[in-house]
Unconditional design. Structure first.
Ligand SMILES: Cc1ncc(COP(=O)(O)O)c(C=O)c1O
Length: 386
């Protein structure tokens, strides 16, 4: 049976060119980038080449890129270190109810350490209100952390407006761009972003690899303590093969390629929705119905069919999609994102699935997915009615 992988928001397959690069660097560049002899210097030079590429990808300077072990570490360090470093300016932080756990857990940690966190509500489309953000902003707010795009429902936040609002405020602006990076045009200067998190494995790169953008005017101590790597901003010997692989993954994300992917994902989405209608499957879209949104994510409420049942039956038919709270391994906990969007509709929260496309997704995958979900739905719906 041909497997159909539609969980690219959780992670993506590694592309051939990235594997080739990683294999080459793993075999040939073992030198420690912090050493001064040639074998180490050649590793260092790979590191610095990739740093320039990554900086260019978000219109940053190369000294503003810190290599990390991915989205989680970038989020954790941006949030916890900002709070620690700026505690003399205040102890109030603003975020949203629909952030990834990599943001929400550090927020909880800070609440347990004397900080006050305001969680912005979202409406039933997943949107925050700028007015609400303005009302929550205080003199002692030191950080605003609002994701660029949501990993469960694909809602895209008004990053430029938030950046403008915070321009003359002491609060740093952090955004988790893990899902948006790779599809969206990101410019940290245009949007007044101070801190930004990314992850390589969402863009066909290796896992446990990413970067944190930190504006050069901001001083944050290292989150990971140890050696003086990354100009004392992140300790630990750099993973040259993975970082080189990340560089290759980013290289392939030209403006043209991003546009091609967006067109492809939109056509997949339309096809799925049309076929659900044609097959009389009762559903509602969770999240934005129109642009702007993260085009690779489609979250739908399949009315009357519990998420876990649908997910398991699709799995038996070789289809991988997400339910529950996204990429938290194997979790079937009710989604905090859907709960925030539909607080009075537990059925909707417990009967929704996330389908997410990637550069490897083909038309054939979509056709097979439709064929299989129609079959599974009809069977489960019949059982439900019998
Ligand atoms: C929005 C968002 N932030 C952070 C993360 C964590 O990234 P990583 O898996 O690289 O630690 C994810 C992963 O799913 C994500 O979707």
């Amino acid at each position: 049976m041909k497997k159909v992988y539609l969980d690219n928001a959780a992670t993506t397959p590694v592309s051939e060119s990235v594997i080739k690069e990683i294999t080459d660097k793993l075999s040939n560049y073992y030198g420690n980038a912090s050493t001064l002899y040639e074998i180490g210097r050649s590793s260092k030079s790979i590191l610095e080449d990739v740093r320039i590429k990554l900086a260019n990808s978000i219109n940053a300077k190369e000294n503003e890129i810190i290599f990390t072990s991915g989205g989680t570490e970038s989020d954790n360090s941006a949030i916890i270190k900002t709070a620690e470093t700026r505690q003399n300016y205040g102890k109030h932080i603003i975020t949203t109810k629909i952030e990834h756990e990599a943001v929400l857990k550090p927020m909880k940690y800070l609440e347990n350490h004397g900080y006050e966190v305001s969680y912005l509500d979202v409406d039933s489309n997943g949107n925050i209100s700028i007015e609400d953000l303005k009302n929550n902003l205080r003199e002692d707010t030191i950080l605003v952390s609002i994701m660029m795009g949501n990993n469960e429902v694909g809602v895209q936040n008004p990053i430029h407006e938030i950046g403008e609002l915070l321009k003359d405020h002491q609060a740093y602006f952090h955004t988790d761009a893990v899902q948006a990076y790779g599809l969206k045009d990101i410019d940290v200067n245009r949007d007044n972003i101070d801190l930004l998190s990314t992850s390589a494995h969402k863009i066909n790169g290796p896992k446990m690899t990413g970067f944190l953008f930190k504006r050069e005017t901001i001083k944050l101590n290292s989150f990971v303590l140890g050696g003086d790597q990354e100009q004392k901003r992140r300790a630990g010997t750099e993973n040259i093969p993975s970082i080189a692989g990340f560089g290759v993954a980013v290289n392939s994300l030209t403006k043209d390629e991003k546009e091609k992917r967006i067109t492809k994902y939109n056509s997949f989405r339309e096809k799925i929705l049309t076929e659900l209608n044609n097959n009389n499957i009762e559903y509602e879209i969770n999240g934005p119905k129109t642009e702007p949104r993260l085009e690779h994510i489609l979250n739908i409420w399949i009315k009357g069919i519990p998420t876990d049942l649908l997910q398991m039956n699709l799995d038996l038919d070789g289809v991988a999609i997400a339910g529950g709270s996204a990429c938290t391994a194997g979790s079937l906990e009710p989604s905090h994102v859907l709960s925030a969007m539909f607080p009075t509709n537990p059925n909707r929260v417990n009967e929704s699935i996330r389908i997410s496309f990637g550069s490897f997704t083909s038309e054939d995958d979509i056709d097979l997915f439709i064929e299989r979900i129609v079959k599974v739905y009809n069977r489960l719906n019949k059982n439900r009615r019998d």
